[in-house]
Design a protein around this ligand. Structure first.
Ligand SMILES: [Zn+2]
Length: 242
């Protein structure tokens, strides 16, 4: 019985480690969300710059085409005989020049915008890098915590193994069955006055007496094994008393 209580104490600690092993990686999810958000922010800032550059390039290439068109028209001017045609060409040239100057304004604006966007991108990059390294650091701490939980559990499992071989086989079997059914918590509980220390229900007086006399008895309500704590505590002083 004493061995079984030791096993249970270890099992509860192993359970705690396993819980940590499940919970700890979940903390990383939160950080992964943050990391994705930062990556999205960075991408957005980069795309803003690219879009401005594209607008600028488009306006520049449009102006090159318009400029070429003007040269073509100017050459045509020299060969034109009719005044109407001449005026029409001049009109076209004028219109192109206006468009070119509008585009030039657009290009200047783009250059200003780009400068601003690039400055912001630079700031964003620094800020994001700082935040990311902070997150990586925290994720590293989480990994260490997880490793510790695994290491702790392995130590406990190593301590548990020899105990299972010295414990009373029948009790051990009962214990294992109850543990499997409960999936967590204690399978062996102290008798609390006249009630079960596990489910807190009253126990038949006859069973109370048997437990007080040193027997290990299953609770009729929850099936947990009940024992008398003072008997056990006395026995831990003098193991031969069991
Ligand atoms: Zn019970």
């Amino acid at each position: 019985m004493k061995t079984l209580l030791q096993i249970q104490a270890l099992d509860l600690r192993i359970e705690n480690c396993k819980q940590r092993e499940t919970e700890i990686p979940k903390q990383k999810d939160k950080f992964n969300v943050q990391k994705n958000r930062l990556a999205a922010e960075l991408k957005e800032a980069e795309e803003r710059c690219t879009a401005i550059e594209l607008t600028q390039r488009e306006a520049e290439s449009a102006n090159e085409q318009k400029q070429a068109q003007i040269i073509k028209y100017e050459q045509q001017l020299m060969g034109v005989k009719k005044n109407e045609e001449y005026q029409a060409l001049l009109h076209e040239i004028d219109a192109l020049k206006k468009q070119i100057s509008q585009n030039e304004e657009k290009i200047l604006q783009s250059m200003e915008d780009l400068e601003e966007a690039q400055a912001r991108l630079k700031e964003d990059k620094q800020r994001i890098a700082t935040e990311q390294s902070r997150i990586d650091e925290q994720c590293g701490e989480i990994d260490v915590e997880l490793e510790e939980a695994v290491a702790d559990r392995k130590v406990l499992e190593t301590e548990r193994e020899p105990l299972t071989r010295t414990a009373d086989p029948e009790l051990m079997q009962k214990y294992n069955r109850i543990r499997r059914r409960l999936s967590a918590g204690r399978a062996i509980v102290p008798l609390n006055g006249e009630s079960c220390g596990g489910c807190h229900m009253f126990v038949r007086p006859q069973i109370v007496n048997e437990v007080l006399a040193g027997k290990v008895h299953p609770c009729q309500h929850c099936s947990r094994l009940m024992y008398d704590k003072p008997t056990y505590e006395a026995s831990s002083v003098d193991p031969t008393a069991v």
